[in-house]
Design a protein around this ligand. Structure first.
Ligand SMILES: [Fe+2]
Ligand SMILES: [Fe+2]
Length: 249
């Protein structure tokens, strides 16, 4: 069993100095890995990342992060990603990392994800090129993420996203904005990729717990939802992990 500390939507700005530093210092002995589910900053400005990096330096355990839509706002993704990586944070974007913890090989596949909506109320690849681009981007992001999850060779697979793969954890958000909060393509990615658990953020007014159609636990760890510096999760390989899911050709 491994212990994961998870939080999303920290939304650090230039004045967030030491907001979570002491909480992170306290992770020693409590968790094996800290995962950050995007929206690390308010606008994605390097000055905000500098403040966040100071706080993250208090973490005694490895940190794995994906970016969120807010981190894209200033259009400086390459710069802030490099700043985080230079300071030891493993930033994932349709990519993965593995760790060996207590003899268990843990794989984390991470991606920001995108919106698009959910079955019965989603955008379709039809009409104006802007609409096609939106839906195609959502699908491509998810399909590439699925490939990354599938290619992980490990005992336990964690999927880390910013956008939500399911509607269940959006409960409390306005239904009208669901298509901007996630996409069912992401649920397909984690289901066909056979992840063991999914963490996401972005839905500040949602709820913590849900499951994908194939029964994978989903946890919305947006800080306004969990109302703590982080939540702790004990993760074991699911017994029914022998299930076989293949995408229809
Ligand atoms: Fe957010
Ligand atoms: Fe967000």
């Amino acid at each position: 069993m491994i212990k994961v500390a998870a939080v999303g939507d920290l939304h650090f700005d230039r004045k967030s100095h030491k907001r979570i530093a002491e909480h992170l210092r306290g992770l020693k002995g409590k968790a094996d890995i800290l995962v950050l589910a995007g929206d690390l900053t308010q606008t994605g400005h390097p000055d905000e990342i500098k403040v966040l990096i100071e706080d993250l330096s208090f973490s005694p355990i490895p940190i794995v992060a994906v970016l969120g839509n807010h981190d894209h706002h200033a259009d400086q993704v390459d710069i802030i990603t490099k700043m985080l990586r230079d300071n030891g944070v493993h930033v994932l974007e349709r990519s993965s990392i593995t760790f060996e913890i207590k003899g268990v090989k843990i794989g984390i596949a991470g991606a920001k994800g995108f919106g698009g909506g959910f079955i019965g109320a989603c955008g379709s690849d039809f009409g104006e090129k802007e609409m096609k681009n939106f839906v195609r981007h959502s699908r491509t992001e998810a399909r590439e993420f699925e490939k990354v999850i599938k290619e992980l060779e490990c005992d336990l697979k964690i999927a880390l996203l910013h956008y939500s793969p399911i509607m269940e954890t959006l409960e409390g958000e306005k239904k009208e904005i669901y298509p901007f909060l996630g996409s069912y393509y992401l649920a397909e990615a984690v289901d066909y990729g056979q992840a063991d658990i999914v963490f996401h953020g972005h839905a500040h007014s949602g709820i913590e717990k849900g499951t994908t159609p194939s029964g994978i636990p989903v946890r919305n760890v947006a800080q306004p939802v969990i109302r703590h510096a982080y939540n702790l999760y004990s993760i074991e390989k699911r017994l029914e992990a022998t299930r076989l899911l293949n995408r229809p050709q």
